[in-house]
Design a protein around this ligand. Sequence first.
Ligand SMILES: [Zn+2]
Length: 132
Amino acid sequence: GYLQERIRYKAKKHGIEVNPAHSSRECPRCHCTDKKNRRGDVFKCSYCGYHEHADLVAALNILGRLGDKEIRKGMSPSRVKAVLDGRHVGWKLLNDTVTDRTSDEARVVDESPRSASSKSELRSGVQVCTAS
Ligand SMILES: [Zn+2]
């Protein structure tokens, strides 16, 4: 709760107002929004199984809404829910068919030799040849 308040306070200071509706019920991973997701201090997504401290989940969701173009301050909780449900459907479409996510990292090949050295630490296990 404290963290959420800090984030909202800080955001407001910068003129950003965050709509907190459903922020403690939304899964930060798959956007499944269900009151069953939260039980006391524990958040556990009923859809994807993501689990984390409930306050941290709410804080993550609030952070994620900074600059959100769809979820604005003043929207009713039911409209927020509609947006979140839409995102959850989108997530399911993307993730129910794609099971192998590790192949993404292997495909990232930087063609520019100048930035190769600075990015080499990100690619663990890949030797960067700078002698070319
Ligand atoms: Zn989830």
